[in-house]
Ligand binder design. Structure first.
Ligand code: ZN
Length: 380
């Protein structure tokens, strides 16, 4: 055993040994920055033949200074191939600060920013793991932090029957809307979640693109009002709510408490701990109760105008929890539908006919999530 003096001498020798080999680049300085979390790793879902990965990075500033995200790169963790590269306006459009209302891009100490990521990939090119690289600035200086290496969720997408019959139905959703389903977080039950990450609002349209047969402010005149909503699978009813009044006018619908926003609803338990939610149902229309077993196609209730909604429609989503706000939205696919077209500008919904679908695309779609603002028909 070496004496303390001998060890001290060894240290002095090491300390005085000339450096004979230097790395070409000094390692970056260690500094505190973001805590980066992906609350719900993505599971691929197919839209018009392309795989979609939809998820978020939560960036919480644990440093003592404001940090401004400048660039996000998403990588195939195995190969380093860049799958997504967002900077400047493309990043700003995906970045939301929490709480909302602060300076968008700058994350003050203690604050959180959410980066909303949607990747569109050929189906055969979905990697098993994703890596991330975030460039950020503080003052004049810029730095890089490696974000989490996450596994792509290999759980098979649940494939469902249609939640409505016939058509045409506009499948209204868009990832980029700041207050659309995909971007609305709810911190309830001790966690913040996005239940509507893959939610679709189905609005009935006619061949001319009209959505109402009379007074556009009268819910009962909406073409879809009262339409049967159908069980998407053989399932057990998990929960229902009926009895919430509907506003007599669309413009007069009041803002509801967060727990009432779904209005009258039915929740169906699906395999794998997933639940399908049908929301804003017509007052008094719910035909099932919790515990009922239903077969695919069973009529659950009717499309209505209850809860927080700007017009009669069916809100449909699938989540990993059994309450409307208490689960993370997960992707789902519909086993078949006819793609009639899409609204390139959804502001035209109700005012004009939809735009044509992409040329060369087979209108008969199978096992896909309806694309943003598409118009679909469920007729056999
Ligand atoms: Zn909705």
């Amino acid at each position: 055993m070496k004496s303390r003096v001998a060890r001290l001498a060894a240290c002095l020798v090491l300390a005085s040994t000339p450096v004979v080999a230097r790395p070409l680049e000094a390692p970056p300085p260690v500094r505190e920055a973001f805590d980066i979390v992906v609350p719900k790793p993505p599971a691929p879902v197919v839209v018009e033949g392309r795989a979609q990965l939809v998820y978020e990075l939560h960036l919480t500033n644990f440093s003592q200074e404001p940090l401004e995200p400048r660039r996000l790169q998403v990588l195939d963790a195995a190969t380093g191939r860049v799958l997504g590269d967002f900077a400047g306006p493309a990043l700003a459009a995906r970045l939301a600060s929490v709480p909302a209302g602060g300076k968008d891009a700058v994350t003050a100490p203690g604050r959180r920013a959410i980066v909303f990521v949607e990747l569109d990939l050929p189906p055969g090119e979905v990697p098993h793991r994703l890596g991330h690289r975030i460039d950020y600035a503080t003052g004049e200086a810029t730095f890089v932090v490696a974000g989490p290496d996450i596994a792509v969720d290999a759980t098979a997408t649940v494939v469902l029957g249609p939640p409505l019959a016939g058509g045409p139905w506009a499948a209204v959703h868009a990832a980029e809307w700041p207050r659309g389903h995909r971007r609305v977080t709810y911190a309830v039950g001790g966690r913040t979640r996005i239940p509507g990450r893959f939610a679709v609002d189905f609005v009935r349209v006619d061949e001319q693109g009209r959505i109402t047969r009379g007074d556009k402010d009268r819910p009962a005149d909406a073409l879809g009002y009262g339409a049967d909503v159908l069980a998407v699978a053989d399932a057990t009813v998990v929960a229902v709510r009926d009895g919430m009044a509907e506003s007599a006018s669309i413009a007069g619908n009041p803002k509801h408490a967060v727990g009432d926003a779904a209005g009258n609803f039915v929740a169906l338990g699906l395999p794998g701990g997933r639940t399908a939610f049908y929301e804003h149902l017509k007052l008094g229309s719910v035909r099932v109760k919790a515990g009922d077993r239903v077969r695919r196609g069973h009529v659950l209730g009717a499309l209505g105008f209850s809860g927080d909604t700007t017009g009669p429609h069916l809100h449909f989503h699938v989540a990993d929890g059994d309450t409307p706000l208490g689960g993370e939205g997960v992707p789902f696919a519909l086993d078949r539908f006819t793609l009639l077209g899409r609204y390139l500008d959804v502001g035209g919904l109700g005012a004009r006919r939809w735009d044509a679908p992409p040329t060369g695309l087979d209108p008969h779609r199978a096992a896909e999530w309806p694309g943003a603002n598409t118009v679909v028909d469920f007729a056999p």
